[in-house]
Write a protein that binds this ligand. Structure first.
Ligand SMILES: [Zn+2]
Length: 260
């Protein structure tokens, strides 16, 4: 018996009771996948992942967005689904050798080797950072809306790490580029695998140090400083952005708590 992680783009197939399907659904898929990837075991059971071309599933269960599956799956199952999604994406984008163009073959669960020249590659992870900038002794937080956001909420300044820069350089550069602000007291908070498609998101906190707020219009729709009692819609619990914002909310200064 194996767990099956079956994807159609960003959607994951779950059973009607919102759990990961097992081998019995294999024969029910109208168009079986051509290839199954092997993943580490989950709850002592083997795990396999595949991408299907069609969404029709004939009563096998239902499709749910990978992001939304966070709210219904046990956390270890959600993490495995993320890993599966990253590996499927990497597999479909690394079929040929970048050095000589010959076809690649798997050399481990997370690496491939070129059949002709031996060039070896590992499943890629894209490093990115996200930062909660506060000012006025933590009473206000900087929230922005990226043009990439799918819904109308505000989140945190975030961006991809560039070649040749440290994480700290990246945080300072992104904040300056996107908002015109300088920061100090940069501190690491936590990290998160973000499988859309293969990001390792690293979270920081920082304090405002100077500069006038000037939004980079090519990247951001809106943004500004917010206090705890005028918060706009914020990202869902699945995200590191929300963990950072919740961490800030938990540190509420006494005079700003409602009723005090
Ligand atoms: Zn090669």
């Amino acid at each position: 018996m194996s767990y099956l992680l079956i994807f159609h783009h960003n959607d994951l197939l779950l059973t009607a009771s919102h759990s990961l399907p097992t081998d019995e659904v294999r024969n029910l898929l109208p168009t079986p996948p051509g290839e199954w990837l092997t993943l580490p075991a989950l709850d002592g059971m083997p795990c396999k992942a595949a991408e299907v071309a069609e969404k029709e599933t004939v009563g096998v269960g239902e499709w749910i967005g990978l992001r939304e599956s966070y709210y219904v799956l046990p956390s270890t199952h959600f993490m495995m689904a993320g890993k599966a999604h990253e590996l499927l994406h990497w597999h479909s984008h690394s079929r040929y050798c970048g050095a000589c163009g010959a076809s690649m073959e798997w050399s481990s669960d997370i690496s491939k080797r070129c059949r002709r020249c031996g060039h070896e590659i590992w499943a890629a992870v894209q490093p990115a950072m996200i930062v909660a900038v506060t000012r006025n002794e933590g009473r206000e937080i900087l929230l922005v809306q990226s043009k990439n956001f799918k819904r109308d909420y505000l989140g945190l300044v975030a961006g991809y790490v560039e070649t040749g820069e440290s994480l700290e350089d990246c945080v300072r550069r992104e904040v300056l580029e996107e908002t015109g602000l300088r920061i100090r007291n940069l501190r690491y908070f936590a990290s998160q695998s973000w499988p859309f498609p293969n990001v390792l998101m690293m979270g920081f906190t920082a304090e405002y140090d100077g500069g006038e707020l000037r939004l980079q219009r090519s990247e951001l729709n809106k943004g500004g400083w917010f206090s705890r009692d005028n918060l706009p819609a914020i990202p869902g619990k699945v995200s590191l952005a929300r963990r950072l914002i919740d961490h800030w909310l938990d540190q509420a200064a006494p005079e700003t708590l409602p009723g005090s």
